[in-house]
Design a protein. Structure first.
Length: 144
C-alpha cells in the first residue's frame, strides 16, 4: 500500500468517575470522515489523497471516553486518485483494498495510543492484555 503519512490531529481522553465499579463495557468505532486531494512535495509537487479518520472508545456506563482524530496520506497515480475521490464524493465508499490498508493501519496505531491514554487517566484497557497464569501442580498421578 502506498500510504505515506500518518498523523493524529486531535487527542481527547475523558474520565467521568472517580472510582470504577461493576462491569465496564467498551464500545469502539472507526469512521472515515472525509477524503480530500492535497498537494505535497516529496521529490516534486504531486497530489495525494488525505483520509481524515476518527477513532472513538466509549466506556459504559458513562465512565469515560477516548477520541482520536487524524489523517493518513495515500500516494498513487493520478488516475487512480481521481477514481477514488470520485467514488467517495458519489457514495462515501472506498475500494476494498484501500479500505483494508487504511483501517488496519489506523486500528493498530489508534489502539496503541488509546491504551497509553487509558493508562494515563486510569481507565481499564479496552483490549485484553496477556496475563501470566499460575499453573496448579497436580500430584494425583505422581509416582515416587
Amino acid at each position: 500500500m502506498p500510504f505515506i503519512g500518518f498523523n493524529f490531529d486531535k487527542i481527547e481522553a475523558l474520565k467521568n468517575v472517580d472510582e470504577i465499579k461493576g462491569n465496564v463495557n467498551v464500545k469502539n468505532a472507526l469512521n472515515i470522515l472525509d477524503v480530500k486531494l492535497q498537494e505535497v512535495t516529496v521529490d516534486k509537487k504531486q497530489e495525494v489523497l488525505k483520509f481524515i479518520f476518527e477513532f472513538k472508545l466509549d466506556y459504559e456506563p458513562k465512565i469515560g471516553s477516548i477520541s482520536l482524530t487524524g489523517n493518513m496520506m495515500y500516494l498513487d497515480d493520478q488516475k487512480k486518485l481521481k477514481e477514488i475521490i470520485q467514488g467517495w464524493k458519489k457514495d462515501k465508499k472506498l475500494p476494498p483494498d484501500i479500505m483494508k490498508g487504511l483501517f488496519n493501519t489506523v486500528l493498530i496505531k489508534a489502539n496503541i495510543k488509546a491504551l497509553n491514554l487509558a493508562q494515563d487517566i486510569n481507565l481499564p484497557p479496552h483490549l485484553p492484555l496477556p496475563k501470566l497464569q499460575q499453573q496448579s501442580k497436580d500430584y494425583s498421578e505422581y509416582i515416587g
